[in-house]
Design a protein around this ligand. Structure first.
Ligand code: J2J
Length: 540
Protein backbone atom coordinates (compact mmCIF):
# COMPACT_ATOMS: atom_id res chain seq x y z
CA UNK A 1 0.00 0.00 0.00
CA UNK A 2 1.04 3.63 -0.39
CA UNK A 3 2.87 5.01 2.67
CA UNK A 4 0.37 6.76 4.93
CA UNK A 5 0.64 10.09 6.74
CA UNK A 6 2.55 8.53 9.66
CA UNK A 7 5.18 7.12 7.29
CA UNK A 8 5.46 10.14 5.02
CA UNK A 9 4.03 13.38 6.38
CA UNK A 10 2.49 15.51 3.66
CA UNK A 11 1.14 19.04 3.12
CA UNK A 12 -1.99 20.21 4.95
CA UNK A 13 -5.07 19.77 2.72
CA UNK A 14 -5.65 23.52 2.20
CA UNK A 15 -2.00 24.08 1.28
CA UNK A 16 -2.08 21.20 -1.20
CA UNK A 17 -5.27 22.61 -2.69
CA UNK A 18 -3.65 26.04 -3.09
CA UNK A 19 -0.69 24.48 -4.95
CA UNK A 20 -3.11 22.69 -7.26
CA UNK A 21 -5.19 25.80 -7.84
CA UNK A 22 -2.09 27.87 -8.62
CA UNK A 23 -1.13 25.27 -11.22
CA UNK A 24 2.13 24.19 -9.57
CA UNK A 25 0.84 20.66 -9.21
CA UNK A 26 -0.34 19.41 -12.57
CA UNK A 27 -2.11 16.26 -11.40
CA UNK A 28 -0.20 13.92 -13.76
CA UNK A 29 1.84 10.92 -12.69
CA UNK A 30 5.24 10.37 -14.34
CA UNK A 31 3.85 7.29 -16.08
CA UNK A 32 1.04 9.32 -17.64
CA UNK A 33 3.39 12.21 -18.44
CA UNK A 34 5.62 9.91 -20.50
CA UNK A 35 2.54 8.74 -22.43
CA UNK A 36 1.72 12.37 -23.30
CA UNK A 37 5.33 13.04 -24.31
CA UNK A 38 5.43 9.98 -26.54
CA UNK A 39 2.31 11.23 -28.31
CA UNK A 40 3.69 14.74 -28.76
CA UNK A 41 7.31 13.90 -29.66
CA UNK A 42 7.11 10.29 -30.91
CA UNK A 43 10.08 10.34 -33.28
CA UNK A 44 12.32 12.73 -31.42
CA UNK A 45 15.28 11.35 -29.49
CA UNK A 46 14.53 10.96 -25.79
CA UNK A 47 17.52 9.06 -24.41
CA UNK A 48 21.09 8.40 -25.51
CA UNK A 49 23.84 6.46 -23.77
CA UNK A 50 27.15 4.92 -24.86
CA UNK A 51 25.46 2.22 -26.93
CA UNK A 52 21.75 3.02 -27.25
CA UNK A 53 19.47 5.76 -28.57
CA UNK A 54 15.73 5.71 -28.07
CA UNK A 55 12.97 7.92 -29.44
CA UNK A 56 10.08 8.90 -27.18
CA UNK A 57 7.90 6.24 -28.83
CA UNK A 58 10.56 3.58 -28.28
CA UNK A 59 11.07 4.65 -24.68
CA UNK A 60 7.33 4.52 -24.03
CA UNK A 61 7.09 0.98 -25.49
CA UNK A 62 10.17 -0.23 -23.59
CA UNK A 63 8.68 1.16 -20.37
CA UNK A 64 5.40 -0.69 -20.97
CA UNK A 65 7.22 -3.94 -21.65
CA UNK A 66 9.37 -3.66 -18.55
CA UNK A 67 6.41 -2.62 -16.39
CA UNK A 68 4.64 -5.78 -17.53
CA UNK A 69 7.69 -7.85 -16.59
CA UNK A 70 7.98 -6.25 -13.17
CA UNK A 71 4.28 -6.91 -12.60
CA UNK A 72 5.02 -10.49 -13.48
CA UNK A 73 7.48 -10.59 -10.59
CA UNK A 74 4.62 -9.47 -8.36
CA UNK A 75 5.55 -5.82 -7.94
CA UNK A 76 2.60 -3.53 -7.42
CA UNK A 77 1.52 -0.04 -6.40
CA UNK A 78 2.98 1.05 -3.07
CA UNK A 79 5.85 -1.47 -3.08
CA UNK A 80 9.33 -0.02 -2.70
CA UNK A 81 12.51 -1.18 -4.44
CA UNK A 82 16.13 -0.13 -4.08
CA UNK A 83 17.18 1.22 -7.48
CA UNK A 84 20.97 1.22 -7.85
CA UNK A 85 21.70 1.64 -11.53
CA UNK A 86 24.47 3.80 -13.00
CA UNK A 87 23.91 6.39 -15.73
CA UNK A 88 22.46 4.73 -18.81
CA UNK A 89 19.27 4.05 -20.74
CA UNK A 90 18.44 1.15 -18.38
CA UNK A 91 18.05 3.62 -15.53
CA UNK A 92 15.54 5.68 -17.49
CA UNK A 93 13.46 2.73 -18.72
CA UNK A 94 13.41 1.14 -15.27
CA UNK A 95 12.54 4.37 -13.48
CA UNK A 96 9.53 5.09 -15.70
CA UNK A 97 8.40 1.44 -15.58
CA UNK A 98 8.33 1.65 -11.78
CA UNK A 99 6.42 4.94 -12.03
CA UNK A 100 3.84 3.40 -14.32
CA UNK A 101 3.19 0.69 -11.73
CA UNK A 102 3.27 3.02 -8.73
CA UNK A 103 6.29 1.15 -7.34
CA UNK A 104 8.51 3.55 -5.40
CA UNK A 105 12.26 3.53 -6.15
CA UNK A 106 14.74 4.36 -3.39
CA UNK A 107 17.47 6.35 -5.17
CA UNK A 108 20.63 4.59 -4.02
CA UNK A 109 23.91 5.77 -5.55
CA UNK A 110 26.33 3.52 -7.44
CA UNK A 111 28.92 4.19 -4.71
CA UNK A 112 26.81 2.73 -1.92
CA UNK A 113 27.78 -0.60 -0.43
CA UNK A 114 26.29 -3.18 1.94
CA UNK A 115 26.14 -0.91 5.00
CA UNK A 116 24.08 1.69 3.17
CA UNK A 117 21.97 -0.63 1.03
CA UNK A 118 20.91 -3.00 3.83
CA UNK A 119 19.82 0.01 5.86
CA UNK A 120 17.91 1.56 2.93
CA UNK A 121 16.27 -1.75 2.05
CA UNK A 122 15.19 -2.43 5.63
CA UNK A 123 13.98 1.13 6.31
CA UNK A 124 11.96 1.31 3.10
CA UNK A 125 10.68 -2.27 3.28
CA UNK A 126 12.05 -2.86 -0.22
CA UNK A 127 10.95 -6.04 -2.01
CA UNK A 128 13.62 -5.84 -4.73
CA UNK A 129 17.13 -4.55 -5.38
CA UNK A 130 17.84 -3.47 -8.96
CA UNK A 131 21.53 -3.46 -9.91
CA UNK A 132 23.91 -3.56 -12.88
CA UNK A 133 26.03 -6.71 -13.26
CA UNK A 134 29.47 -5.10 -13.13
CA UNK A 135 30.08 -1.36 -13.15
CA UNK A 136 33.34 0.52 -12.55
CA UNK A 137 35.00 -2.85 -11.85
CA UNK A 138 32.61 -3.66 -9.00
CA UNK A 139 30.33 -6.71 -9.07
CA UNK A 140 26.91 -5.52 -7.86
CA UNK A 141 25.51 -9.07 -7.96
CA UNK A 142 27.67 -9.95 -4.97
CA UNK A 143 26.53 -6.85 -3.13
CA UNK A 144 22.90 -7.75 -3.92
CA UNK A 145 23.39 -11.30 -2.63
CA UNK A 146 24.78 -9.93 0.65
CA UNK A 147 21.89 -7.53 1.03
CA UNK A 148 19.28 -10.17 0.22
CA UNK A 149 20.77 -12.54 2.78
CA UNK A 150 20.53 -9.83 5.46
CA UNK A 151 17.18 -8.27 4.62
CA UNK A 152 14.57 -11.02 4.23
CA UNK A 153 11.99 -8.63 2.71
CA UNK A 154 14.16 -8.29 -0.42
CA UNK A 155 12.68 -11.12 -2.49
CA UNK A 156 14.09 -10.21 -5.89
CA UNK A 157 17.42 -9.16 -7.32
CA UNK A 158 16.93 -7.70 -10.78
CA UNK A 159 20.12 -7.35 -12.81
CA UNK A 160 20.57 -5.00 -15.76
CA UNK A 161 22.91 -7.32 -17.67
CA UNK A 162 24.13 -10.82 -16.85
CA UNK A 163 22.41 -12.22 -13.70
CA UNK A 164 25.38 -14.54 -13.18
CA UNK A 165 23.42 -17.66 -12.22
CA UNK A 166 22.82 -16.56 -8.64
CA UNK A 167 19.87 -17.78 -6.69
CA UNK A 168 16.94 -15.38 -6.93
CA UNK A 169 18.64 -13.07 -9.43
CA UNK A 170 16.80 -12.38 -12.66
CA UNK A 171 17.81 -10.32 -15.71
CA UNK A 172 15.99 -7.08 -16.43
CA UNK A 173 15.65 -8.22 -20.04
CA UNK A 174 14.28 -11.62 -19.11
CA UNK A 175 11.32 -11.06 -16.80
CA UNK A 176 8.14 -13.15 -16.94
CA UNK A 177 5.39 -11.60 -19.11
CA UNK A 178 1.99 -11.70 -17.43
CA UNK A 179 0.19 -10.11 -20.41
CA UNK A 180 -0.18 -6.40 -20.80
CA UNK A 181 -3.71 -5.62 -19.63
CA UNK A 182 -4.44 -2.32 -17.93
CA UNK A 183 -2.92 -1.78 -14.48
CA UNK A 184 -5.91 -2.06 -12.14
CA UNK A 185 -4.35 -0.18 -9.27
CA UNK A 186 -2.77 2.78 -11.09
CA UNK A 187 -0.92 5.39 -9.02
CA UNK A 188 -2.30 8.85 -8.26
CA UNK A 189 -0.29 12.07 -8.72
CA UNK A 190 -0.39 12.79 -4.98
CA UNK A 191 1.30 9.43 -4.24
CA UNK A 192 4.94 9.23 -3.20
CA UNK A 193 6.78 8.66 -6.49
CA UNK A 194 10.32 8.18 -5.20
CA UNK A 195 12.43 8.21 -2.06
CA UNK A 196 15.61 10.31 -2.25
CA UNK A 197 18.55 10.00 0.12
CA UNK A 198 19.20 12.78 2.55
CA UNK A 199 22.76 14.06 2.87
CA UNK A 200 22.22 13.23 6.50
CA UNK A 201 23.22 14.48 9.90
CA UNK A 202 22.21 11.42 11.90
CA UNK A 203 23.55 7.93 12.63
CA UNK A 204 21.70 6.39 9.67
CA UNK A 205 20.67 7.96 6.34
CA UNK A 206 17.12 9.34 6.07
CA UNK A 207 14.73 8.99 3.16
CA UNK A 208 12.91 11.87 1.51
CA UNK A 209 9.46 11.18 0.07
CA UNK A 210 8.74 13.11 -3.14
CA UNK A 211 5.34 12.94 -4.83
CA UNK A 212 4.63 12.90 -8.58
CA UNK A 213 3.04 16.35 -8.25
CA UNK A 214 5.87 18.00 -6.35
CA UNK A 215 8.74 16.38 -8.21
CA UNK A 216 7.31 17.02 -11.68
CA UNK A 217 6.86 20.67 -10.71
CA UNK A 218 10.47 20.87 -9.48
CA UNK A 219 11.76 19.56 -12.84
CA UNK A 220 9.50 21.73 -15.00
CA UNK A 221 10.08 24.95 -13.05
CA UNK A 222 13.85 24.40 -13.33
CA UNK A 223 13.56 23.59 -17.05
CA UNK A 224 11.74 26.88 -17.68
CA UNK A 225 14.34 28.95 -15.82
CA UNK A 226 17.08 27.24 -17.84
CA UNK A 227 15.21 28.00 -21.06
CA UNK A 228 14.93 24.34 -22.08
CA UNK A 229 12.82 23.27 -25.06
CA UNK A 230 12.52 20.34 -27.47
CA UNK A 231 15.90 21.24 -29.01
CA UNK A 232 17.72 21.06 -25.68
CA UNK A 233 20.19 18.27 -25.01
CA UNK A 234 21.04 17.62 -21.35
CA UNK A 235 24.17 15.65 -20.45
CA UNK A 236 24.02 13.70 -17.17
CA UNK A 237 27.56 13.69 -15.79
CA UNK A 238 26.99 13.17 -12.06
CA UNK A 239 24.97 10.08 -11.03
CA UNK A 240 21.46 10.44 -12.44
CA UNK A 241 19.94 9.14 -9.18
CA UNK A 242 21.18 12.36 -7.52
CA UNK A 243 18.44 14.99 -7.22
CA UNK A 244 20.56 17.59 -9.05
CA UNK A 245 20.99 15.37 -12.13
CA UNK A 246 17.51 13.92 -11.94
CA UNK A 247 15.31 17.00 -11.77
CA UNK A 248 17.12 20.34 -11.45
CA UNK A 249 16.27 20.35 -14.42
CA UNK A 250 18.27 17.22 -15.24
CA UNK A 251 16.81 14.13 -16.87
CA UNK A 252 13.19 14.82 -15.92
CA UNK A 253 13.34 18.52 -16.84
CA UNK A 254 14.69 17.94 -20.34
CA UNK A 255 12.24 15.12 -21.02
CA UNK A 256 9.33 17.25 -19.73
CA UNK A 257 9.85 19.64 -22.66
CA UNK A 258 10.56 17.01 -25.32
CA UNK A 259 14.34 17.41 -25.35
CA UNK A 260 17.08 14.76 -25.25
CA UNK A 261 18.85 13.28 -22.23
CA UNK A 262 22.38 11.97 -22.81
CA UNK A 263 23.74 9.79 -19.99
CA UNK A 264 27.48 9.62 -19.52
CA UNK A 265 29.02 6.61 -17.85
CA UNK A 266 31.82 8.76 -16.46
CA UNK A 267 32.29 12.42 -15.45
CA UNK A 268 35.76 12.50 -16.98
CA UNK A 269 36.32 14.90 -19.91
CA UNK A 270 37.82 12.04 -21.94
CA UNK A 271 34.31 10.55 -21.99
CA UNK A 272 32.14 13.66 -21.73
CA UNK A 273 33.82 15.98 -24.25
CA UNK A 274 33.40 13.56 -27.18
CA UNK A 275 29.76 13.10 -26.10
CA UNK A 276 29.18 16.87 -26.03
CA UNK A 277 30.67 17.14 -29.50
CA UNK A 278 28.77 14.19 -30.98
CA UNK A 279 25.36 14.89 -29.41
CA UNK A 280 25.56 18.70 -29.56
CA UNK A 281 24.88 18.92 -25.82
CA UNK A 282 23.39 22.28 -24.76
CA UNK A 283 23.36 21.99 -20.95
CA UNK A 284 25.11 19.98 -18.26
CA UNK A 285 25.70 20.00 -14.51
CA UNK A 286 28.94 19.69 -12.55
CA UNK A 287 30.14 19.81 -8.96
CA UNK A 288 32.98 22.08 -7.80
CA UNK A 289 35.81 19.46 -7.85
CA UNK A 290 35.07 18.60 -11.50
CA UNK A 291 35.03 22.24 -12.57
CA UNK A 292 38.80 22.95 -12.69
CA UNK A 293 39.35 19.57 -14.37
CA UNK A 294 36.90 20.48 -17.14
CA UNK A 295 38.35 23.99 -17.47
CA UNK A 296 41.91 22.64 -17.77
CA UNK A 297 40.90 20.00 -20.28
CA UNK A 298 38.89 22.46 -22.39
CA UNK A 299 41.94 24.72 -22.62
CA UNK A 300 44.26 21.82 -23.43
CA UNK A 301 42.20 19.93 -26.03
CA UNK A 302 40.41 20.95 -29.19
CA UNK A 303 37.02 19.30 -28.72
CA UNK A 304 34.16 21.28 -30.18
CA UNK A 305 32.14 22.34 -27.14
CA UNK A 306 30.40 25.18 -29.02
CA UNK A 307 26.92 23.66 -28.58
CA UNK A 308 27.11 24.17 -24.80
CA UNK A 309 24.90 27.03 -23.63
CA UNK A 310 24.63 26.46 -19.89
CA UNK A 311 26.94 24.84 -17.34
CA UNK A 312 25.33 24.38 -13.95
CA UNK A 313 27.57 24.07 -10.91
CA UNK A 314 26.30 23.10 -7.48
CA UNK A 315 26.12 20.66 -4.56
CA UNK A 316 28.93 22.48 -2.75
CA UNK A 317 30.14 26.08 -2.68
CA UNK A 318 31.83 27.14 -5.91
CA UNK A 319 34.89 29.21 -5.01
CA UNK A 320 34.53 32.88 -5.98
CA UNK A 321 37.95 32.69 -7.72
CA UNK A 322 36.87 29.81 -9.99
CA UNK A 323 33.45 31.15 -10.99
CA UNK A 324 34.71 33.79 -13.50
CA UNK A 325 36.88 31.20 -15.28
CA UNK A 326 33.99 28.96 -16.32
CA UNK A 327 32.38 31.01 -19.10
CA UNK A 328 35.58 31.84 -21.06
CA UNK A 329 36.89 28.26 -20.84
CA UNK A 330 33.69 26.34 -21.61
CA UNK A 331 31.94 28.95 -23.75
CA UNK A 332 28.68 28.62 -21.84
CA UNK A 333 26.75 30.60 -19.27
CA UNK A 334 27.54 29.67 -15.69
CA UNK A 335 24.56 28.88 -13.51
CA UNK A 336 25.12 28.38 -9.80
CA UNK A 337 22.84 25.83 -8.17
CA UNK A 338 22.10 25.52 -4.48
CA UNK A 339 19.74 22.63 -4.03
CA UNK A 340 18.86 19.86 -1.65
CA UNK A 341 17.16 16.50 -2.04
CA UNK A 342 14.67 17.74 0.58
CA UNK A 343 13.31 20.21 -1.98
CA UNK A 344 14.19 23.90 -2.18
CA UNK A 345 16.16 24.70 -5.33
CA UNK A 346 17.97 27.95 -6.00
CA UNK A 347 19.34 28.93 -9.40
CA UNK A 348 21.08 32.03 -10.68
CA UNK A 349 19.27 33.36 -13.76
CA UNK A 350 20.99 33.06 -17.13
CA UNK A 351 20.81 36.84 -17.59
CA UNK A 352 21.83 37.79 -14.06
CA UNK A 353 24.66 40.34 -13.93
CA UNK A 354 28.12 38.72 -13.52
CA UNK A 355 28.32 39.86 -9.92
CA UNK A 356 25.28 37.72 -9.00
CA UNK A 357 26.25 34.78 -11.23
CA UNK A 358 29.79 34.63 -9.85
CA UNK A 359 29.22 35.21 -6.16
CA UNK A 360 25.72 33.98 -5.23
CA UNK A 361 24.16 30.53 -5.17
CA UNK A 362 20.96 31.59 -6.89
CA UNK A 363 17.43 32.28 -5.81
CA UNK A 364 14.39 30.07 -5.20
CA UNK A 365 12.81 28.78 -8.41
CA UNK A 366 9.18 29.08 -7.28
CA UNK A 367 7.16 32.16 -6.33
CA UNK A 368 5.59 29.87 -3.71
CA UNK A 369 8.91 29.02 -2.02
CA UNK A 370 8.88 30.53 1.46
CA UNK A 371 12.23 31.48 2.96
CA UNK A 372 13.17 32.48 6.50
CA UNK A 373 16.66 33.27 7.78
CA UNK A 374 16.80 32.86 11.55
CA UNK A 375 19.18 33.18 14.50
CA UNK A 376 19.86 30.42 17.03
CA UNK A 377 16.67 31.35 18.92
CA UNK A 378 14.60 30.94 15.78
CA UNK A 379 13.97 34.68 15.31
CA UNK A 380 14.25 36.24 11.86
CA UNK A 381 17.55 38.09 11.41
CA UNK A 382 17.57 41.59 9.86
CA UNK A 383 17.59 41.51 6.03
CA UNK A 384 21.03 40.72 4.62
CA UNK A 385 22.40 39.17 7.80
CA UNK A 386 23.53 35.56 8.10
CA UNK A 387 21.35 32.95 9.75
CA UNK A 388 19.98 29.45 9.33
CA UNK A 389 17.83 28.96 6.24
CA UNK A 390 14.32 27.61 6.88
CA UNK A 391 11.98 26.85 4.00
CA UNK A 392 8.65 25.42 2.95
CA UNK A 393 6.88 25.32 -0.37
CA UNK A 394 5.29 23.27 -3.15
CA UNK A 395 8.20 20.84 -3.58
CA UNK A 396 9.86 20.82 -0.15
CA UNK A 397 9.19 17.82 2.08
CA UNK A 398 7.05 18.06 5.21
CA UNK A 399 8.75 15.12 6.88
CA UNK A 400 11.29 12.33 6.32
CA UNK A 401 10.03 8.82 5.71
CA UNK A 402 9.39 6.78 8.87
CA UNK A 403 11.34 9.16 11.12
CA UNK A 404 8.89 10.83 13.55
CA UNK A 405 11.50 11.77 16.18
CA UNK A 406 13.89 13.21 13.67
CA UNK A 407 11.00 15.11 12.07
CA UNK A 408 10.10 16.74 15.37
CA UNK A 409 13.58 18.32 15.36
CA UNK A 410 13.98 19.02 11.64
CA UNK A 411 10.80 21.03 11.13
CA UNK A 412 9.15 23.99 12.83
CA UNK A 413 5.63 23.53 14.16
CA UNK A 414 4.30 25.30 11.06
CA UNK A 415 6.12 23.03 8.62
CA UNK A 416 9.33 24.88 7.74
CA UNK A 417 12.27 22.56 7.04
CA UNK A 418 15.45 23.48 8.93
CA UNK A 419 18.10 23.19 6.22
CA UNK A 420 21.13 23.47 8.53
CA UNK A 421 22.64 25.87 5.95
CA UNK A 422 23.73 29.34 7.00
CA UNK A 423 22.89 31.90 4.34
CA UNK A 424 22.52 35.59 3.68
CA UNK A 425 19.72 36.82 1.43
CA UNK A 426 20.36 39.77 -0.89
CA UNK A 427 17.67 42.32 -1.81
CA UNK A 428 17.33 40.52 -5.20
CA UNK A 429 16.31 37.33 -3.37
CA UNK A 430 19.60 35.60 -4.20
CA UNK A 431 21.17 33.54 -1.46
CA UNK A 432 24.77 33.39 -0.43
CA UNK A 433 25.74 30.17 1.35
CA UNK A 434 28.19 31.17 4.08
CA UNK A 435 28.27 28.19 6.43
CA UNK A 436 26.48 25.31 8.06
CA UNK A 437 25.07 24.43 11.48
CA UNK A 438 24.56 20.73 10.71
CA UNK A 439 27.03 18.01 11.69
CA UNK A 440 27.88 17.16 8.10
CA UNK A 441 30.93 17.25 5.87
CA UNK A 442 30.46 18.37 2.27
CA UNK A 443 33.29 16.67 0.43
CA UNK A 444 33.09 18.30 -2.98
CA UNK A 445 29.33 17.75 -3.09
CA UNK A 446 29.29 14.32 -1.45
CA UNK A 447 27.63 14.61 1.93
CA UNK A 448 29.01 12.76 4.94
CA UNK A 449 27.04 12.60 8.19
CA UNK A 450 29.69 12.75 10.92
CA UNK A 451 27.63 10.70 13.39
CA UNK A 452 27.12 7.92 10.86
CA UNK A 453 30.86 7.50 10.28
CA UNK A 454 31.59 7.82 14.01
CA UNK A 455 29.17 4.94 14.65
CA UNK A 456 31.02 2.75 12.17
CA UNK A 457 34.40 3.72 13.66
CA UNK A 458 33.25 2.83 17.17
CA UNK A 459 32.41 -0.67 15.95
CA UNK A 460 36.19 -1.25 15.69
CA UNK A 461 37.33 -3.05 18.86
CA UNK A 462 40.49 -0.91 19.10
CA UNK A 463 38.70 2.45 18.94
CA UNK A 464 37.45 3.90 22.24
CA UNK A 465 36.21 7.28 21.00
CA UNK A 466 35.85 8.95 17.60
CA UNK A 467 34.93 12.36 16.19
CA UNK A 468 34.73 13.22 12.51
CA UNK A 469 35.00 16.81 11.29
CA UNK A 470 35.57 18.65 8.02
CA UNK A 471 38.57 20.81 7.22
CA UNK A 472 39.31 23.05 4.21
CA UNK A 473 40.78 21.14 1.27
CA UNK A 474 42.25 22.43 -1.97
CA UNK A 475 40.63 19.81 -4.18
CA UNK A 476 37.34 18.93 -2.43
CA UNK A 477 36.60 22.22 -0.69
CA UNK A 478 36.43 20.12 2.45
CA UNK A 479 37.91 16.77 3.43
CA UNK A 480 37.01 14.53 6.36
CA UNK A 481 39.24 14.03 9.36
CA UNK A 482 38.68 11.38 12.04
CA UNK A 483 40.06 12.04 15.51
CA UNK A 484 40.45 8.71 17.29
CA UNK A 485 41.16 7.66 20.85
CA UNK A 486 42.55 4.12 20.64
CA UNK A 487 42.46 1.46 23.36
CA UNK A 488 45.96 0.00 23.08
CA UNK A 489 47.36 -0.42 19.58
CA UNK A 490 47.10 2.70 17.39
CA UNK A 491 44.51 2.34 14.58
CA UNK A 492 45.84 4.30 11.62
CA UNK A 493 44.34 5.41 8.31
CA UNK A 494 44.93 2.10 6.51
CA UNK A 495 43.40 0.04 9.33
CA UNK A 496 40.44 2.42 9.43
CA UNK A 497 39.89 2.04 5.69
CA UNK A 498 40.12 -1.76 5.96
CA UNK A 499 37.59 -1.75 8.80
CA UNK A 500 35.12 0.47 6.94
CA UNK A 501 35.45 -1.55 3.77
CA UNK A 502 34.74 -4.74 5.72
CA UNK A 503 31.59 -3.15 7.12
CA UNK A 504 30.51 -2.19 3.60
CA UNK A 505 30.69 1.57 4.07
CA UNK A 506 30.82 3.58 0.83
CA UNK A 507 34.33 4.73 -0.06
CA UNK A 508 33.56 8.47 -0.04
CA UNK A 509 32.75 8.27 3.67
CA UNK A 510 36.20 6.89 4.56
CA UNK A 511 38.18 9.56 6.43
CA UNK A 512 40.77 11.34 4.29
CA UNK A 513 42.92 11.87 7.35
CA UNK A 514 43.21 10.16 10.75
CA UNK A 515 44.53 11.91 13.85
CA UNK A 516 45.31 9.87 16.96
CA UNK A 517 44.69 11.70 20.23
CA UNK A 518 44.73 10.84 23.95
CA UNK A 519 41.32 12.36 24.58
CA UNK A 520 38.63 14.34 22.75
CA UNK A 521 38.05 17.91 23.93
CA UNK A 522 34.66 18.51 25.55
CA UNK A 523 32.42 21.57 25.74
CA UNK A 524 31.27 22.85 29.16
CA UNK A 525 28.11 20.71 28.81
CA UNK A 526 30.18 17.61 28.09
CA UNK A 527 29.67 17.26 24.34
CA UNK A 528 32.58 16.66 21.98
CA UNK A 529 33.95 20.09 21.07
CA UNK A 530 34.15 19.83 17.28
CA UNK A 531 34.99 23.51 16.87
CA UNK A 532 38.12 22.95 18.96
CA UNK A 533 39.06 19.98 16.76
CA UNK A 534 38.54 21.99 13.57
CA UNK A 535 40.68 24.81 14.98
CA UNK A 536 43.48 22.38 15.78
CA UNK A 537 43.60 21.34 12.12
CA UNK A 538 43.59 24.86 10.76
CA UNK A 539 46.26 26.16 13.14
CA UNK A 540 48.43 23.04 12.74
C1 J2J B 1 26.91 25.47 -0.98
N1 J2J B 1 26.32 24.38 -0.47
C2 J2J B 1 25.52 23.69 -1.29
C3 J2J B 1 25.94 25.24 -3.11
C4 J2J B 1 24.13 22.28 -2.21
C5 J2J B 1 20.88 20.65 -6.84
C6 J2J B 1 22.15 20.91 -6.42
C7 J2J B 1 22.67 20.29 -5.30
C8 J2J B 1 21.91 19.39 -4.58
C9 J2J B 1 22.48 18.76 -3.38
C10 J2J B 1 20.63 19.15 -4.99
C11 J2J B 1 25.28 24.06 -2.63
N2 J2J B 1 26.74 25.90 -2.25
N3 J2J B 1 25.79 25.67 -4.37
O1 J2J B 1 19.82 18.29 -4.35
O2 J2J B 1 18.88 19.55 -6.49
C12 J2J B 1 24.76 21.82 0.19
C13 J2J B 1 23.84 22.45 1.23
C14 J2J B 1 22.54 21.67 1.04
C15 J2J B 1 23.08 20.29 0.75
C16 J2J B 1 22.09 19.40 0.05
C17 J2J B 1 20.11 19.78 -6.13
N4 J2J B 1 24.42 23.16 -3.16
N5 J2J B 1 24.79 22.56 -1.08
O3 J2J B 1 23.65 18.92 -3.11
O4 J2J B 1 20.75 16.77 -0.75
O5 J2J B 1 24.39 22.18 2.49
O6 J2J B 1 21.64 18.03 -2.62
O7 J2J B 1 21.71 21.70 2.17
O8 J2J B 1 23.05 16.19 -1.63
O9 J2J B 1 24.21 20.53 -0.08
O10 J2J B 1 22.74 18.23 -0.35
P1 J2J B 1 22.03 17.19 -1.31
Amino acid sequence: AQPDEADAPTWPAETAESYRRAGYWAGRTFGAQLRDLAAAHADRTAVVDADRRMTYAELDRAVDALAAGLRGLGLQRGDTVVLQLPNGADFVVTWFALQRLGVVPVHALPGHRAAEITHLAALSGAVAHIVPDVHARFDYRELAATVRAQVPGVRHVVVAGEPGGRDGAVALGDLPEPGTGPIEDAPSSSDVALLLLSGGTTGVPKLIPRTHDDYAYNALAAARICGLDADSVYLAVLPVAFNFTMSCPGLLGVLAVGGTAVLSGSPDPSTTFPLIERERVTITALNPPLTPVWIEEARRTSHDLSSLQVVQIGSARLADEIAPLVEPALGATLQQVFGMAEGLLNLTLLDDPDELKYTTQGRPISPADEIRVVDTDGHDVPPGEAGELLTRGPYTLRGYYRAPEHNARSFTADGFYRTGDVVRQLPTGHLNVVGRVKDQINRGGEKIAATEVEGHLLAHPGIAAAAVVGTPDERFGERSVAFLVCRDEPVGKVAVARHLRALGVAQYKHPDQVELVDALPLTPVGKIDKNALRERLVSA
